[in-house]
Design a protein around this ligand. Structure first.
Ligand SMILES: [Fe+2]
Ligand SMILES: [Fe+2]
Length: 269
């Protein structure tokens, strides 16, 4: 059974800094890596981890190097797509030693497991917060899907193509997504779209597929659905997703951190 962990929006900043002057994102990522390693005996085996964008806050080489150092203790292979807080040129250079990193163009990749295929797509737009899939990326997606003969597939894109009701995030979602909706909806096999960016666990329909947005491993975007709500973060517990193929793709939410338990519901059972 293929199992894949999705982490998202780690927003690593340079040493000695807090993201937005508030959040120790490095501590959160270290805690996430520790949570994954600690849980592997009861949730594994896990085939791979992927990071759904916003690895860093400012896209600097120092931040990517710090990200890699924090991921070093992870007992699993990983790969990543960029988000709006990433710089794909700097990210490419910092992961140039990784076989999944393309030498040029958008940071798109795919990986085949026994019973599921994972496709990562680059929705980043230079110097902009919103997302967009350019023609090369849409062609890449179509070409990969056409060769899969309906094999169950997870497509991951940093920017969600849906509206969540969180106004300040919805204005920077994936633009021009009609073509994506058509490509995904026309796929003949099971297909799950997974995203990041919103820092909250949200599920919504997108055409004929399910769109699953992952929480951040660190801070959340504040849950405020009022019109004109301010753009805020909340220091809620971080989380990540475990996708597994159990006759269909199911996705579990796991909280980052070490919590009391497990406790038997009944001592004699
Ligand atoms: Fe983010
Ligand atoms: Fe983002």
């Amino acid at each position: 059974m293929t199992r894949i962990i999705q982490i998202s929006d780690t927003h690593i900043v340079p040493h000695g800094q807090l993201a937005y002057g508030q959040v120790d994102t490095a501590a959160a990522l270290a805690d996430c890596v520790d949570t994954i390693n600690r849980n592997l005996p009861v949730i594994g085996p896990v085939d791979m981890v992927f990071v759904a964008g916003d690895l860093t806050d400012f896209g600097s080489a120092e931040e990517y190097q710090r990200f890699r150092a924090l991921m070093e203790p992870l007992d699993l292979p990983y790969r990543a797509i960029p988000g709006n807080h990433d710089n794909i040129d700097v990210m490419r250079a910092c992961f140039a030693d990784q076989s999944w990193m393309p030498t040029d163009g958008p940071i798109n990749w795919n990986v085949h497991f026994d019973d599921v295929v994972l496709i990562g797509l680059d929705s980043s737009v230079s110097e902009a917060a919103h997302g967009h899939l350019n023609d090369a990326t849409l062609l890449y997606l179509t070409t990969v899907l056409n060769a899969l003969n309906g094999k169950p597939t997870i497509v991951t894109i940093h920017h969600p193509p849906i509206l969540t009701g969180i106004e300040k995030m919805d204005i920077q979602n994936l633009r021009d997504s009609m073509e994506l909706k058509e490509i995904l909806s026309n796929y003949e096999g099971e297909l799950r779209l997974t995203c990041g960016h919103i820092h909250r666990n949200i599920v919504a329909p997108f055409g004929d597929v399910i769109c699953q947005i992952a929480p951040s491993v660190s801070h959340a975007v504040t849950m405020d659905l009022r019109e004109g709500a301010p753009n805020c973060l909340t220091k809620e517990p971080g989380g990540f997703l475990l996708h597994e193929f159990r006759g269909g793709i199911i996705s579990h939410h796991i909280a980052v951190g070490d919590y009391p338990g497990p406790f038997r519901f009944y001592p004699d059972k």
